[in-house]
Design a protein around this ligand. Structure first.
Ligand code: ZN
Length: 181
């Protein structure tokens, strides 16, 4: 039996169930699971399928932040390494949004390599989403701010994985031109 494949399938199923009612903020309101599978696929490709914890972390990275998932539940189901990775990329939602954004810039340099790769893939997916489906009601200034902020967050994630970095840069350059940053 291929336990990795079983775990990966369970994580995909679990992520889809936990985020079942959630949609992306963009005007197209895509199912949230599309963001998670995009991030996971990017991470799997970038590491040539060699890091199951990272790919499962990609699938589950927003469960604690956006759903009622508790870190202990992730540890029980998917192991301590996955739970710790998700925790590393989870914002404290009790803090105001501007503080959370500042903390992402300040704390990312001190995170693990896996967390940094996950951040790169996450921000790439978010920048792509901003262009294909900008959130309704966001002003041009807010869109620009997001693009600038995303690059600040991942600045310390460079030099780790050329493929992910190139994908981020492509999304960032397109977004910059798109929103005249
Ligand atoms: Zn995300």
């Amino acid at each position: 039996m291929n336990n990795d494949l079983v775990k990966l399938s369970q994580a995909t199923d679990y992520a889809a169930r936990q985020h079942i009612a959630q949609r992306r903020k963009g005007e197209r309101a895509e199912p949230y699971i599309n963001h998670l599978t995009e991030v996971a696929a990017m991470l799997a490709e970038a590491t040539e399928g060699a890091d199951l914890v990272l790919v499962i972390g990609g699938l589950l990275h927003d469960t604690v932040e956006d759903t009622d998932t508790r870190p202990e539940e992730l540890a029980q189901r998917f192991g301590r390494e996955v739970a710790d990775l998700v925790q590393e990329v989870t914002d404290d939602k009790s803090l105001p949004k501007d503080v959370r954004k500042r903390l992402q810039v300040e704390t990312t340099p001190h995170k693990s390599v896996r967390a940094k790769l996950l951040k790169l893939a996450d921000k790439t997916s978010n920048l792509r989403g901003l262009m294909t489906s900008p959130p309704a009601g966001w002003t041009r200034e807010r869109l620009r701010d997001y693009v600038v902020w995303a690059e600040q967050v991942v600045r310390s994630c460079r030099g780790l994985n050329p493929r992910l970095e190139a994908q981020f840069d492509a999304a960032y350059d397109t977004a910059r031109r798109h929103f005249s940053v």
